[in-house]
Design a protein around this ligand. Structure first.
Ligand SMILES: NC(=O)c1ccc[n+]([C@@H]2O[C@H](COP(=O)([O-])OP(=O)(O)OC[C@H]3O[C@@H](n4cnc5c(N)ncnc54)[C@H](O)[C@@H]3O)[C@@H](O)[C@H]2O)c1
Length: 234
C-alpha cells in the first residue's frame, strides 16, 4: 500500500503544463486526484474557475460530501497575458492576472483549510514563479501577482503553524518551463538565460510537489523553492 493511499489531492490548472504534470504524478503515487480547470471540456477535469468564490465553495463541498477529507491542495492555475508592460497593461489584464494568480490561491486556501482541519493534516502548495524574486520587465502584473503570492504563502504558513501545525503551506517557484504558457515567447531567449541551458520540465516541478507532500518534509513550511535551472542564482 502506498503512503498516499486514501489521500485526496485537489490540483488547479490541471488541464495543462505544470498542473497536469502534478496531477498525473500525484495520481501515480497513489493519491486520489481531483484535477480542476477552466477548461472542463477535457475528460476527467472538474470545472473550476479559481477566480470565483462560489465555484470554490461548490467544489470543496463536493469533495467533503464524497470523500470527507482533503489532504493536498496544489494551486497551479495561472496566466501570463500579452501586453503586460507598465505602459501597455490594461486594467483588464491587471485584474485578470491578479484574480487568477493571487485571488485564486487565496480562495482555494480559504476554503480548503477548514476541510483539512477536520483531520488536522494537510499540505498546500502554491505554484509561484521566479518572477516573485527577480522582476521581468515584460511581465508587470504577472511579477507583482507572484510576489504577492509568495508573501501570502508565508502569512498563511505562520497562521497555520500556530493554529493547525499539521497543515503546511509552501510555494514552488518554477523557472522557465516548457508549457503552453511560455509559447508566446521564443524558447531560445529563455534557454540562453538559464544556466543549465535548457527549459525546466513540468515533471521536475511535480517531483518537488511530491516531496513536499510527504512526511520527509514535515518540518517544511513557509518556504519558497525555486526549480529554475540556476536562474535565480545569477
Ligand atoms: N511555464 C513557465 O515557464 C512557468 C514559470 C513560472 C511559473 N509558472 C506558473 O506555473 C503555473 C502553471 O503554469 P503552466 O506553465 O503550466 O501554464 P499552462 O498555461 O500550461 O497551464 C495553466 C492552466 O491554468 C488554467 N487556468 C487559467 N486560468 C484559470 C482559471 N481562472 N481557473 C482555473 N484554471 C485556469 C488554464 O486553462 C491552463 O490549463 C502558473 O501559476 C504559472 O504562473 C509557469
Amino acid at each position: 500500500m502506498s503512503r498516499a493511499e486514501g489521500k485526496v489531492a485537489l490540483v488547479t490548472g490541471a488541464a495543462s503544463g505544470i498542473g497536469k504534470a502534478c496531477a498525473e504524478r500525484l495520481a501515480r503515487d497513489g493519491f486520489l486526484v481531483i484535477g480542476c480547470d477552466l477548461r472542463s471540456d477535457l475528460s476527467g477535469i472538474v470545472s473550476l474557475d479559481v477566480r470565483y468564490e462560489v465555484e470554490w465553495q461548490s467544489v470543496i463541498a463536493g469533495i467533503d460530501r464524497r470523500y470527507g477529507r482533503l489532504d493536498v491542495l496544489v494551486n497551479s492555475a495561472g496566466v501570463s497575458l500579452e501586453g503586460d508592460t507598465i505602459e501597455h497593461c490594461t486594467p483588464e489584464t491587471w485584474s485578470t492576472t491578479f484574480e487568477t494568480n493571487l485571488t485564486g490561491p487565496f480562495l482555494g486556501m480559504k476554503h480548503a483549510i477548514p476541510l483539512m482541519r477536520k483531520r488536522g493534516e494537510g499540505v498546500i502548495l502554491n505554484i509561484g514563479s521566479i518572477l516573485a524574486n527577480v522582476a521581468g520587465g515584460e511581465a508587470a502584473a504577472y511579477s507583482a501577482s507572484k510576489g504577492a503570492l509568495s508573501q501570502l504563502t508565508k502569512s498563511v504558513a505562520l497562521d497555520l503553524a500556530r493554529k493547525s501545525p499539521g497543515i503546511r503551506c509552501n510555494a514552488i517557484l518554477p523557472g522557465y518551463a516548457a508549457t503552453p504558457l511560455l509559447e508566446r515567447w521564443p524558447a531560445t531567449t529563455h534557454i540562453q538565460r538559464t544556466p543549465l541551458g535548457r527549459l525546466c520540465r513540468p515533471e521536475e516541478v511535480a517531483s518537488l510537489v511530491v516531496y513536499l507532500c510527504g512526511n520527509d518534509a514535515a518540518a517544511v513550511t513557509g518556504s519558497a523553492f525555486p526549480v529554475d535551472g540556476g536562474y535565480t542564482a545569477q
